[in-house]
Design a protein around this ligand. Structure first.
Ligand code: ZN
Ligand code: ZN
Length: 318
């Protein structure tokens, strides 16, 4: 049974919501591909000894990694000292030479696990901040997955040339444009996306998911592409809609864009919904509607709140 994906009254808020969901699904669609290719990267860089920690492989101090302070220990190196290990130094060099900008994020990675966990190598290609505790490609976010594809030059061999030309960091690079979509949607000031932008997002994400070198043959990517097309055309099952509403809860809670009160209202409404779905409750449609109303209410409250603050701000400036 199909359900209406238009959860919010405001068209552009619905668009934003769809864009956010589209990004999550795109990330899911890319996950298997990135997992597989990181295994190939691991083979390429060779085996580490398994005994060295990243702190052992980096002299103290090293620019962009750590600073030595007078009298106190370096917070990165702590009690671990630099030591010579030819095996691991070679792997570390290989990781560096596969980095597009020769700047792996060393603080992210656990070198003692390089030989057993390709993800620990993948983490070297993530942005420097915010990913050290992320435990897998699956647990990573959209930005993380795209960053690995952009920063690790191994991916040049498994996506089409068109996807990476002009090469990053050129803003015209198609994969850079994909990353920018993620940023625009995540850092939105008003949770709104125009119809034209939404169409552009769907087209760009679907194009990536059907890249002719590997992704076009990848079942997860194909599935994600189908889901995007269904989302774009409002062909979505009631069950999926329930999941979406729960996802919306998480998104809006994490986003911290809503007032605390609105956030609480959202959370209560959607938690209740989740319980009902898990209990196999038949009246999901009503419950969904109830939660939707709560989101709308919370969004209205937030808008009023912002409006009030805007007025207050103008008064202050005047
Ligand atoms: Zn070693
Ligand atoms: Zn240090």
């Amino acid at each position: 049974m199909a359900a209406n994906t238009n959860i919010f009254t405001e068209k552009q808020t619905n668009n934003w919501f769809k864009a956010y969901i589209a990004l999550n699904w795109t990330k899911e669609g890319l996950t298997d591909f990135v997992v597989t290719e990181l295994i190939n990267v691991q083979k390429t860089v060779g085996s580490s000894c398994g005994q060295c920690f990243i702190q052992n492989l980096i002299p103290c101090p090293t620019q962009d990694v750590c600073k030595k302070r007078k009298r106190t220990n370096c917070s990165f190196h702590n009690s671990l000292q630099y030591k010579s290990c030819q095996t691991c130094t070679k792997v570390k060099q290989n990781i560096t030479s596969l980095h597009r900008f020769n700047k792996p994020s060393w603080a992210n990675t656990k070198a003692e696990r390089w030989a057993i966990d390709p993800w620990e190598i993948g983490k070297c290609y993530l942005p420097r901040d915010g990913y050290s505790s992320v435990s897998s490609v699956q647990a990573s976010d959209f930005n993380g997955v795209i960053s690995i594809m952009l920063n690790c030059t191994h991916f040049q061999t498994c996506v089409s040339t068109a996807c990476l030309s002009p090469p990053p960091p050129d803003k015209q690079c198609p994969l850079e444009k994909v990353r920018q979509i993620g940023r625009d949607v995540r850092h939105t000031a008003n949770c709104k996306v125009t119809d034209a932008d939404l169409q552009y997002f769907f087209l760009t994400l679907s194009t990536l998911l059907s890249d002719s070198v590997c992704l076009v043959h990848d079942p997860s990517a194909t599935k994600a592409r189908r889901k995007l097309s269904d989302l774009q055309n409002d062909r979505i099952s009631l069950d999926d809609l329930g999941k979406l509403v729960i996802e919306a809860n998480q998104i809006l809670t994490q986003a911290k864009r809503f007032s605390e009160e609105a956030e609480r209202t959202l959370k209560e409404g959607l938690d209740a919904l989740e319980d009902k779905i898990q209990a196999g409750e038949q009246s999901i449609e009503n419950k969904t509607q109830e939660s939707i109303n709560r989101i709308k209410q919370a969004a209205n409250e937030k808008e009023l709140d912002e409006y009030d603050r805007g007025i207050a701000g103008e008064r202050l400036r005047a």
